[in-house]
Ligand binder design. Structure first.
Ligand code: ATP
Length: 189
């Protein structure tokens, strides 16, 4: 099985006297899902920033194939002045788009709206839609279902688990039950 994400001996801190990550290791193979859990402020989102290359590690190595990400705040994923369709059509094939709209329980007409015209939960699902249509090797999910109620949350994660065995997923969540339910391994930071 090919390794799509490899993080080796990663250390990082915003200040030298307090390391958030110390010799941290994680790897993901195709089809694997790992959940990152930990207290607020432990460094979960910082790990994603490091993987994305937005900040540089103090030491260690990060290798990642193509990726797309779903943020905690879906409003930050979309440009406020363009319709959702404008922002996803370049990555979408029609029949695939229809399939995922159905699975994510999103009305097609919503795509003609501006981001602020959708509810937080609808926009969160639209942001998952856009991320998976990019067909990344690695999907980075930072609390991707926090704006959804429990039932829809499980439905959405279930859909991801069932349909996305061609990619690997790294999921940040506060919800230990959700992590146990969908992840192959739970990694505490
Ligand atoms: N740009 C920054 N400069 C300095 N400190 C930062 C910066 N970004 C985050 N931090 C600090 O680093 C720590 C880890 O933040 P991070 O957002 O990674 O935590 P988290 O585990 O994702 O938390 P939460 O579960 O609340 O989202 C926090 O103490 C935070 O205040």
């Amino acid at each position: 099985m090919s390794t799509l994400l490899e993080v080796k001996n990663l250390s990082f801190g915003f200040t030298k006297d307090k390391l958030l990550l110390k010799d941290f290791n994680i790897s993901l193979k195709r089809g694997e899902i790992k959940a990152i859990v930990g207290e607020s402020g432990a460094g979960k989102s910082t790990l994603f920033e490091l993987i994305l290359g937005n900040i540089k590690p103090l030491s260690g190595e990060i290798k990642v194939s193509s990726y797309s990400q779903v943020f905690q705040d879906p409003y930050s994923s979309f440009h406020p002045s363009y319709t959702l369709l404008n922002q996803i059509e370049d990555v979408a094939l029609t029949d695939e788009l229809e399939k995922y709209l159905l699975i994510l329980n999103l009305e097609k007409s919503l795509l003609l709206k501006l981001p602020h015209e959708l509810s937080g939960g609808q926009l969160q699902r639209a942001s998952i839609l856009r991320a998976i249509l990019m067909k990344p090797d690695v999907l980075l999910l930072d609390e991707p279902t926090s704006a959804l109620d429990n039932v829809i949350q499980l439905e959405v994660m279930g859909m991801l688990v069932k349909h996305l065995d061609s990619m690997a997923m790294l999921l940040i969540t506060h919800d230990i039950e959700l992590a146990r339910w969908c992840a192959d391994e739970i990694v505490k930071i």
